[in-house]
Design a protein around this ligand. Sequence first.
Ligand code: CA
Length: 224
Amino acid sequence: MTRVLVIEDEPSYVEALELSLAAEGFEVDSAGDGKAGLDAFQRRHPDVVLLDLMLPGIQGLDVLRLLRKESDVPVIVVSAKDAEADIVSALELGADDYVTKPYSIRELIARVRAADRRSAAGIGTEVYTLGSATLDAGSLKLQLAGAEHDLPKKEFEVLRLLMERPGRVVSREEFLDRVWGFAWLGDTRTLDQHIRRLRRRLESDPDAPSIETVRGVGYRLVEG
Ligand code: CA
């Protein structure tokens, strides 16, 4: 049974999530602040974490940072904060997904299922090379001229899809399907943020490949 930990201080959200997730067959634990969330994580070993950002005591982003020190459990940030900077910080710290409040409970549950399925799938051992860039599935490291980048898992998976077939277009639907498992939701904001961050890394090296936008379709990787 999939166990979900909800770290959220707003009782109405907690209640709605507990009911809906339990009705879908999930086992649910909840914690009303960051410290209780971290304690519950240690005790209960959840398969997926839903994390609010504005929490009393330890803030959500700090909870995420501490979780990532010891675990790559899928973390879906669920927050009323919808500024791009907040989303970027959460993804940079290794959140798998970001959902803004108010959300559709059915959509959130679909994302929980997808996160759980994807996390069971594992990463691999392949090494991909293009131009001066080397991507290592074993360590999630991107090697560029003069710098090594530890990629969050989702960022790694986005770049891997591009490096699997340089020069060819990867559609938005395929990214969402293969990296997040929810192409049918059609929400591409998380994808766009990952592309932006990868571009920033690749631009630090003039000989690295670059990510081109193919309007209305998706992205492709071209040699630098
Ligand atoms: Ca809150």
